[in-house]
Design a protein around this ligand. Sequence first.
Ligand SMILES: [Zn+2]
Length: 81
Amino acid sequence: MTSPPDRPPAETPAGGLGPSPACRCPTPWPSLVTVVEGRTLAAVPADTPGPAAALYRARCGTCGTEYPLPWRLARPHHHAA
Ligand SMILES: [Zn+2]
């Protein structure tokens, strides 16, 4: 498999206009968020799902559509745990 390491997250899921939910924003998936223990955290698209993806769901930060592709938690800029 030859996939570039840095590709835009505009990839459509298999099936295209299938039953899977799709972001309806002008720019698909302008941002992703996930709610972990009641706190909204930033998420980013990824080639493989991160540990949090197995436990939580990511959604579009604008329209709230559930993100159907692999994602990971974004690196926090502050508030280190
Ligand atoms: Zn959206």
